[in-house]
Design a protein around this ligand. Sequence first.
Ligand SMILES: *[C@@H]1O[C@H](CO)[C@@H](O)[C@H](O)[C@H]1NC(C)=O
Length: 313
Amino acid sequence: MLRSLLGVLAQLSVASVLRVSPGMVGFRSAFSAVRTSSLVGGSQMAVTFDRLLVNVGNDFNPDTGHFRCHIPGSYYFAYTVGKFPKKMLSVMLVKNRNEVQALVYNDHRNKGRKVQSQSVMINLKAMDTVWLLLHGSPKYALYSNPGVYVTFSGYLVYPRGEEPVSAFSAARTSSVLGEKKGLEKKDALTFDVEYVNVGGHFNKSSGRFTCHFPGVYYFAFTMGKHPNRALSVKLMMGAGEVQTMIYDEDHSRWRETQSQSLLLSLEKGDTVWLYSQQHERFAVYSNQGRYTTFTGFLVYPYPAQKNLVTTRF
Ligand SMILES: *[C@@H]1O[C@H](CO)[C@@H](O)[C@H](O)[C@H]1NC(C)=O
C-alpha cells in the first residue's frame, strides 16, 4: 500500500515535470472479472465473481462484487450476462447503495440461453462504489458455466483534469415509437439522462455528438426491444452514413436489450448519432430502468493534437 502510494507520488512529480498525460504514467484503475456459475435471484443482491483477470489498482473486490473508486474521474463499465433457461433476466449497474445507472433485461421465459450486454461511462468520486444487482425474485436468474457467460469490466478513461478529453454517456427513460413511413428526414434518437458529457460535445436534445478533437473514438449503444415491435437502430455519421446497427425482427410481446460497439476515426466537425427506423413496425423501448444507452469517448487523439496533451497539475 505504502509502496503503491509512493509510486503514485513519484509518477505525479514526473508527470508535472514532463507535462505529459497522467493517464500514460499513472492514475490507473482497471478490472475485469468473470463468473463461471449461475445465480438465482434471492437475498444475495450483488453479483459476485470467482475469477479476476485484471485488477490494476486493486479497486475491485470479487467477493462482494463491488468496485470502489480511489481515483476521481470518468470510468467506462461494461458487462455481459447469460440468460437462464425459463427465467427472466434483469441485471442493473448500480452506483453506491441504489442509484441505478443502466439495465440488461429480458422478460421472455423461454428455454434458450443467450448473452446480453450493457455499457455506460460514469463520473465517480473517491469512495463511490459500482456493482451489479440481480433482481431479488427467484423468477430472475443469470446463467453461466465454465465457458464464462458472465463478465464485468471497468476502467478509468479520464482522471479528472486530463486534456484533451471528449466523452459522453447518456440514457433514455422512455420509449420511442416509429410512425408511418414517408418521412424523408431522419431524426436522431434523443436522450434525457446525461451521465457524462466531458467537453460538452454531445447534445442530448439533438442526440448528436460533434467531434472537436480529431482522433479515434469508441462508441457503444444498447437498445431495448419494445413489445410487439421490431428493433432497428443504426449508428450514423454526418447526414446519414450507416456505420453499424442493432437489429431484432422478433415481433413478440417480450422486452429485451441488445448491444453494439465500434471504433470510428473522426475529423473535427464530424457528427455521430443513432437512428431508430421511422416506421410503425419499429420502436425502441425504455423506462426508468434505463434500457437504452449511448456512449462515446476519445481513445487516441491524432498526433496533430499532441501539443494539447498536457495536465493541469
Ligand atoms: C442542442 O440541440 C437542440 C435541438 O436541436 C438545439 O435547440 C440547441 O441549440 C442545441 N444546443 C447546443 C448547445 O448546441
